[in-house]
Design a binder for this molecule. Structure first.
Ligand SMILES: [Zn+2]
Ligand SMILES: [Zn+2]
Length: 346
Protein backbone atom coordinates (compact mmCIF):
# COMPACT_ATOMS: atom_id res chain seq x y z
CA UNK A 1 0.00 0.00 0.00
CA UNK A 2 1.21 3.49 -0.83
CA UNK A 3 2.54 5.51 2.05
CA UNK A 4 0.34 8.37 3.26
CA UNK A 5 0.91 12.05 3.97
CA UNK A 6 -1.00 14.99 5.37
CA UNK A 7 -2.25 17.60 2.91
CA UNK A 8 -4.42 20.72 3.10
CA UNK A 9 -7.06 20.13 0.43
CA UNK A 10 -8.96 23.09 -1.01
CA UNK A 11 -12.64 22.17 -1.44
CA UNK A 12 -14.15 25.55 -2.32
CA UNK A 13 -14.47 29.09 -0.95
CA UNK A 14 -13.69 29.10 2.80
CA UNK A 15 -13.36 25.31 2.83
CA UNK A 16 -9.99 23.71 3.48
CA UNK A 17 -9.69 20.21 4.90
CA UNK A 18 -6.63 18.48 6.30
CA UNK A 19 -6.68 15.02 4.72
CA UNK A 20 -4.50 11.94 4.66
CA UNK A 21 -3.68 11.12 1.04
CA UNK A 22 -1.21 8.79 -0.70
CA UNK A 23 2.29 10.15 -1.25
CA UNK A 24 2.49 10.60 -5.04
CA UNK A 25 5.09 8.80 -7.17
CA UNK A 26 7.21 10.87 -9.55
CA UNK A 27 6.69 9.94 -13.22
CA UNK A 28 9.40 10.37 -15.86
CA UNK A 29 10.93 13.83 -15.67
CA UNK A 30 9.28 14.63 -12.32
CA UNK A 31 10.59 15.14 -8.80
CA UNK A 32 9.09 14.22 -5.45
CA UNK A 33 9.93 16.89 -2.89
CA UNK A 34 9.54 16.82 0.88
CA UNK A 35 8.20 20.27 1.69
CA UNK A 36 10.20 22.00 4.45
CA UNK A 37 8.54 25.40 4.31
CA UNK A 38 5.67 26.84 2.27
CA UNK A 39 4.47 30.44 2.29
CA UNK A 40 0.97 31.87 2.02
CA UNK A 41 0.26 34.13 -0.92
CA UNK A 42 -2.29 36.71 -2.06
CA UNK A 43 -3.48 34.23 -4.69
CA UNK A 44 -4.19 31.68 -1.94
CA UNK A 45 -6.23 34.32 -0.12
CA UNK A 46 -8.19 35.23 -3.26
CA UNK A 47 -8.89 31.55 -4.00
CA UNK A 48 -9.86 30.89 -0.38
CA UNK A 49 -12.36 33.76 -0.46
CA UNK A 50 -13.97 33.38 -3.86
CA UNK A 51 -12.49 30.43 -5.76
CA UNK A 52 -10.15 30.58 -8.75
CA UNK A 53 -11.52 30.90 -12.30
CA UNK A 54 -8.84 28.61 -13.74
CA UNK A 55 -8.63 25.89 -11.10
CA UNK A 56 -11.73 24.04 -9.91
CA UNK A 57 -11.50 22.23 -6.54
CA UNK A 58 -10.52 19.87 -5.08
CA UNK A 59 -6.75 20.31 -5.13
CA UNK A 60 -3.96 20.51 -2.59
CA UNK A 61 -3.46 24.16 -1.77
CA UNK A 62 -0.23 26.16 -1.75
CA UNK A 63 2.42 26.87 -4.39
CA UNK A 64 5.35 28.69 -2.76
CA UNK A 65 7.80 26.31 -1.12
CA UNK A 66 11.30 25.15 -0.37
CA UNK A 67 12.05 21.48 0.20
CA UNK A 68 14.28 18.46 -0.32
CA UNK A 69 14.21 16.11 -3.27
CA UNK A 70 13.38 12.63 -1.99
CA UNK A 71 12.78 10.81 -5.27
CA UNK A 72 13.84 11.52 -8.83
CA UNK A 73 11.76 10.48 -11.87
CA UNK A 74 13.37 8.71 -14.83
CA UNK A 75 15.38 10.86 -17.17
CA UNK A 76 16.01 13.77 -14.76
CA UNK A 77 19.68 14.64 -14.96
CA UNK A 78 20.04 18.07 -13.43
CA UNK A 79 18.71 17.12 -9.98
CA UNK A 80 19.33 14.30 -7.51
CA UNK A 81 18.04 13.08 -4.17
CA UNK A 82 18.91 15.26 -1.20
CA UNK A 83 19.12 18.54 -3.12
CA UNK A 84 17.30 21.51 -1.61
CA UNK A 85 15.02 23.06 -4.24
CA UNK A 86 12.33 25.61 -4.96
CA UNK A 87 10.29 26.13 -8.13
CA UNK A 88 7.96 28.58 -9.77
CA UNK A 89 4.23 27.78 -9.81
CA UNK A 90 4.32 27.32 -13.58
CA UNK A 91 6.51 26.75 -16.60
CA UNK A 92 6.09 27.61 -20.25
CA UNK A 93 6.26 25.06 -23.07
CA UNK A 94 8.97 26.89 -25.02
CA UNK A 95 7.39 25.99 -28.36
CA UNK A 96 4.04 27.69 -28.83
CA UNK A 97 3.25 30.92 -30.72
CA UNK A 98 3.79 33.07 -27.59
CA UNK A 99 6.89 31.27 -26.35
CA UNK A 100 8.52 31.78 -29.75
CA UNK A 101 7.92 35.51 -29.34
CA UNK A 102 9.65 35.43 -25.95
CA UNK A 103 6.37 35.75 -24.05
CA UNK A 104 6.46 32.47 -22.16
CA UNK A 105 4.46 34.04 -19.32
CA UNK A 106 1.35 33.92 -21.52
CA UNK A 107 2.26 30.53 -23.05
CA UNK A 108 -0.69 28.65 -24.54
CA UNK A 109 0.35 25.48 -22.70
CA UNK A 110 1.39 26.76 -19.27
CA UNK A 111 1.74 23.94 -16.76
CA UNK A 112 0.74 25.02 -13.25
CA UNK A 113 1.62 23.23 -10.06
CA UNK A 114 -0.03 23.33 -6.66
CA UNK A 115 0.38 21.15 -3.63
CA UNK A 116 2.84 22.92 -1.32
CA UNK A 117 0.61 22.80 1.77
CA UNK A 118 1.40 19.10 2.21
CA UNK A 119 4.21 16.93 3.48
CA UNK A 120 5.28 16.01 -0.04
CA UNK A 121 4.65 17.41 -3.51
CA UNK A 122 5.38 16.48 -7.11
CA UNK A 123 7.13 18.88 -9.47
CA UNK A 124 5.91 18.31 -13.06
CA UNK A 125 8.47 17.66 -15.78
CA UNK A 126 8.27 21.02 -17.56
CA UNK A 127 8.68 22.88 -14.26
CA UNK A 128 11.65 20.65 -13.41
CA UNK A 129 13.17 21.47 -16.81
CA UNK A 130 12.61 25.22 -16.81
CA UNK A 131 11.76 26.77 -13.46
CA UNK A 132 13.22 24.63 -10.66
CA UNK A 133 16.32 25.84 -8.82
CA UNK A 134 18.74 24.35 -6.31
CA UNK A 135 18.79 26.41 -3.11
CA UNK A 136 22.30 27.20 -1.84
CA UNK A 137 23.03 26.14 1.75
CA UNK A 138 22.95 29.69 3.16
CA UNK A 139 19.38 30.45 2.00
CA UNK A 140 16.56 29.26 4.31
CA UNK A 141 13.76 27.23 2.67
CA UNK A 142 11.16 29.89 3.52
CA UNK A 143 13.21 32.63 1.81
CA UNK A 144 13.56 30.55 -1.35
CA UNK A 145 9.79 30.02 -1.28
CA UNK A 146 9.37 33.69 -2.24
CA UNK A 147 10.60 32.88 -5.73
CA UNK A 148 7.10 32.78 -7.24
CA UNK A 149 5.86 36.25 -6.23
CA UNK A 150 9.25 37.72 -7.12
CA UNK A 151 9.10 36.21 -10.63
CA UNK A 152 5.97 38.22 -11.38
CA UNK A 153 7.45 41.34 -9.82
CA UNK A 154 10.64 41.05 -11.87
CA UNK A 155 8.47 40.71 -14.96
CA UNK A 156 6.50 43.88 -14.13
CA UNK A 157 9.63 45.75 -13.16
CA UNK A 158 11.12 45.17 -16.62
CA UNK A 159 7.91 46.43 -18.24
CA UNK A 160 7.95 49.67 -16.26
CA UNK A 161 11.71 50.28 -16.54
CA UNK A 162 12.11 52.75 -13.68
CA UNK A 163 14.68 55.49 -14.27
CA UNK A 164 16.98 56.93 -11.59
CA UNK A 165 15.35 59.82 -9.72
CA UNK A 166 11.78 58.85 -10.49
CA UNK A 167 8.90 59.10 -8.03
CA UNK A 168 7.00 55.86 -7.59
CA UNK A 169 3.58 55.45 -5.98
CA UNK A 170 2.44 51.99 -4.86
CA UNK A 171 -1.27 51.45 -4.31
CA UNK A 172 -2.05 48.44 -2.13
CA UNK A 173 1.23 48.85 -0.30
CA UNK A 174 2.08 46.42 2.44
CA UNK A 175 1.09 43.29 0.57
CA UNK A 176 3.92 40.94 -0.47
CA UNK A 177 3.93 41.99 -4.13
CA UNK A 178 4.07 45.69 -3.29
CA UNK A 179 6.99 45.19 -0.89
CA UNK A 180 8.94 43.44 -3.63
CA UNK A 181 8.13 46.20 -6.17
CA UNK A 182 9.22 48.74 -3.56
CA UNK A 183 12.63 47.12 -3.22
CA UNK A 184 13.18 46.80 -6.96
CA UNK A 185 12.09 50.42 -7.49
CA UNK A 186 14.69 51.64 -5.00
CA UNK A 187 17.27 49.36 -6.57
CA UNK A 188 16.54 50.95 -9.95
CA UNK A 189 17.21 54.39 -8.43
CA UNK A 190 13.72 55.71 -7.59
CA UNK A 191 14.27 58.57 -5.17
CA UNK A 192 10.83 58.62 -3.59
CA UNK A 193 8.44 55.76 -3.01
CA UNK A 194 4.96 56.68 -1.81
CA UNK A 195 3.33 53.66 -0.16
CA UNK A 196 -0.47 53.80 -0.09
CA UNK A 197 -2.31 51.16 1.94
CA UNK A 198 -4.84 50.34 4.63
CA UNK A 199 -3.00 48.36 7.27
CA UNK A 200 -0.68 50.31 9.61
CA UNK A 201 1.20 47.08 10.44
CA UNK A 202 1.89 46.40 6.77
CA UNK A 203 2.70 50.05 5.97
CA UNK A 204 5.31 49.87 8.70
CA UNK A 205 7.02 47.04 6.86
CA UNK A 206 7.04 49.26 3.75
CA UNK A 207 8.72 51.97 5.80
CA UNK A 208 11.37 49.54 7.08
CA UNK A 209 12.11 48.58 3.50
CA UNK A 210 12.64 52.18 2.42
CA UNK A 211 9.29 53.77 1.52
CA UNK A 212 9.77 57.53 1.84
CA UNK A 213 6.09 58.43 2.39
CA UNK A 214 3.28 56.41 3.93
CA UNK A 215 -0.35 57.16 3.09
CA UNK A 216 -3.11 55.45 5.05
CA UNK A 217 -5.93 55.44 2.52
CA UNK A 218 -8.48 55.15 5.33
CA UNK A 219 -7.41 58.52 6.71
CA UNK A 220 -6.22 60.55 3.74
CA UNK A 221 -7.46 61.00 0.18
CA UNK A 222 -5.02 59.18 -2.07
CA UNK A 223 -5.32 61.46 -5.11
CA UNK A 224 -4.94 64.72 -3.16
CA UNK A 225 -2.05 63.38 -1.10
CA UNK A 226 -0.04 62.06 -4.04
CA UNK A 227 -0.58 65.31 -5.97
CA UNK A 228 0.61 67.30 -2.92
CA UNK A 229 3.69 65.16 -2.56
CA UNK A 230 4.58 65.60 -6.23
CA UNK A 231 4.09 69.39 -6.61
CA UNK A 232 0.79 68.77 -8.35
CA UNK A 233 2.20 66.61 -11.14
CA UNK A 234 1.51 63.07 -9.97
CA UNK A 235 3.94 60.15 -9.72
CA UNK A 236 6.18 59.10 -12.60
CA UNK A 237 5.21 55.48 -12.07
CA UNK A 238 2.23 53.92 -10.31
CA UNK A 239 2.10 50.27 -9.29
CA UNK A 240 -1.45 49.08 -8.68
CA UNK A 241 -1.21 46.09 -6.34
CA UNK A 242 -4.60 46.11 -4.59
CA UNK A 243 -6.66 44.51 -7.35
CA UNK A 244 -9.90 46.48 -7.15
CA UNK A 245 -11.77 48.42 -9.84
CA UNK A 246 -11.45 51.55 -7.73
CA UNK A 247 -7.67 51.26 -7.32
CA UNK A 248 -7.25 50.62 -11.05
CA UNK A 249 -9.04 53.90 -11.68
CA UNK A 250 -7.23 55.79 -8.91
CA UNK A 251 -3.90 54.71 -10.41
CA UNK A 252 -4.69 56.70 -13.55
CA UNK A 253 -5.58 59.74 -11.42
CA UNK A 254 -2.33 59.76 -9.46
CA UNK A 255 0.14 59.24 -12.31
CA UNK A 256 1.67 62.31 -13.95
CA UNK A 257 1.20 63.26 -17.62
CA UNK A 258 3.71 61.16 -19.56
CA UNK A 259 3.94 58.61 -16.73
CA UNK A 260 3.36 54.85 -16.56
CA UNK A 261 0.77 52.82 -14.69
CA UNK A 262 1.20 49.11 -14.09
CA UNK A 263 -2.05 47.39 -13.24
CA UNK A 264 -0.79 44.35 -11.36
CA UNK A 265 -3.81 43.22 -9.36
CA UNK A 266 -6.13 41.07 -11.46
CA UNK A 267 -9.88 41.80 -11.49
CA UNK A 268 -12.74 39.32 -12.03
CA UNK A 269 -13.67 38.69 -15.68
CA UNK A 270 -16.26 41.12 -17.02
CA UNK A 271 -15.09 44.02 -14.83
CA UNK A 272 -15.27 47.34 -16.70
CA UNK A 273 -12.83 50.04 -15.65
CA UNK A 274 -13.66 53.71 -16.25
CA UNK A 275 -10.84 56.04 -17.14
CA UNK A 276 -10.80 59.51 -18.66
CA UNK A 277 -9.78 58.81 -22.28
CA UNK A 278 -8.75 62.42 -22.86
CA UNK A 279 -6.46 62.41 -19.85
CA UNK A 280 -4.83 59.20 -21.01
CA UNK A 281 -4.54 60.35 -24.64
CA UNK A 282 -3.42 63.99 -24.29
CA UNK A 283 -1.40 63.16 -21.20
CA UNK A 284 0.32 60.29 -23.01
CA UNK A 285 -0.15 57.95 -20.08
CA UNK A 286 1.11 54.42 -20.62
CA UNK A 287 -1.25 51.79 -19.22
CA UNK A 288 0.65 48.56 -18.69
CA UNK A 289 -0.64 45.13 -17.79
CA UNK A 290 1.08 41.92 -16.92
CA UNK A 291 0.58 38.36 -15.86
CA UNK A 292 3.15 36.00 -14.35
CA UNK A 293 6.70 35.88 -15.64
CA UNK A 294 8.92 33.95 -18.02
CA UNK A 295 11.48 31.27 -17.22
CA UNK A 296 14.11 33.98 -17.69
CA UNK A 297 12.37 36.19 -15.12
CA UNK A 298 12.38 33.18 -12.79
CA UNK A 299 16.15 32.79 -13.11
CA UNK A 300 16.64 36.50 -12.43
CA UNK A 301 14.29 36.41 -9.42
CA UNK A 302 16.08 33.42 -7.97
CA UNK A 303 19.45 35.19 -8.32
CA UNK A 304 18.05 38.29 -6.57
CA UNK A 305 17.06 36.15 -3.55
CA UNK A 306 20.33 34.21 -3.47
CA UNK A 307 22.49 37.34 -3.72
CA UNK A 308 20.54 39.05 -0.94
CA UNK A 309 19.65 41.96 -3.25
CA UNK A 310 16.04 41.46 -2.19
CA UNK A 311 15.33 41.33 1.52
CA UNK A 312 12.59 38.76 1.97
CA UNK A 313 12.78 38.27 5.75
CA UNK A 314 10.49 41.25 6.65
CA UNK A 315 7.73 39.69 4.51
CA UNK A 316 7.59 36.56 6.67
CA UNK A 317 5.74 37.26 9.90
CA UNK A 318 5.43 33.92 11.67
CA UNK A 319 5.36 30.15 11.39
CA UNK A 320 2.33 27.87 11.68
CA UNK A 321 1.94 24.11 11.28
CA UNK A 322 0.14 22.55 8.32
CA UNK A 323 -2.96 22.06 10.48
CA UNK A 324 -3.36 25.84 10.66
CA UNK A 325 -3.26 26.88 7.00
CA UNK A 326 -6.71 28.39 7.35
CA UNK A 327 -5.69 30.49 10.37
CA UNK A 328 -2.66 31.69 8.41
CA UNK A 329 -4.87 32.87 5.54
CA UNK A 330 -7.19 34.61 8.00
CA UNK A 331 -4.25 36.51 9.46
CA UNK A 332 -3.41 37.72 5.95
CA UNK A 333 -7.02 38.76 5.34
CA UNK A 334 -7.03 40.71 8.61
CA UNK A 335 -3.94 42.60 7.42
CA UNK A 336 -1.99 41.50 10.52
CA UNK A 337 0.79 39.89 8.53
CA UNK A 338 2.37 40.09 5.08
CA UNK A 339 2.95 36.34 4.75
CA UNK A 340 3.00 33.30 7.00
CA UNK A 341 5.30 30.31 6.78
CA UNK A 342 3.66 26.87 6.91
CA UNK A 343 5.81 23.98 8.05
CA UNK A 344 4.57 20.42 7.56
CA UNK A 345 6.39 19.06 10.61
CA UNK A 346 5.00 20.82 13.68
ZN1 LIG B 1 2.17 33.07 -4.80
ZN1 LIG C 1 4.38 28.06 -24.88
Amino acid sequence: MAKKMLAAVYLGPEKIELNTVPIPEPAAGELLVKVRAATTCGTDVKTYRRGHPKFPPPFIFGHEFGGDIVKVGKGVERFREGMRVTANVFAECGECFYCKKGQGNICANLVYNFGAFAEYMILPASIVRRTTFEIPAHIPYAHAALLEPLVTVVHGWHKVAIQPGEIVAIIGAGGPISLLFLQLALRAGANQVIAIGHSPARLNVAKKLGATHLVNAKEADTITTVRELTHGYGADVVFECAGTKQTWETSVDVVRRGGRVLWFGGLPGGTKVEIDAARVHYGEIALLNMHGGTAEDAREAFDLIVSGAINVAPLLNGVLPLEQVEQALKKMIAGDVVKMVITPES
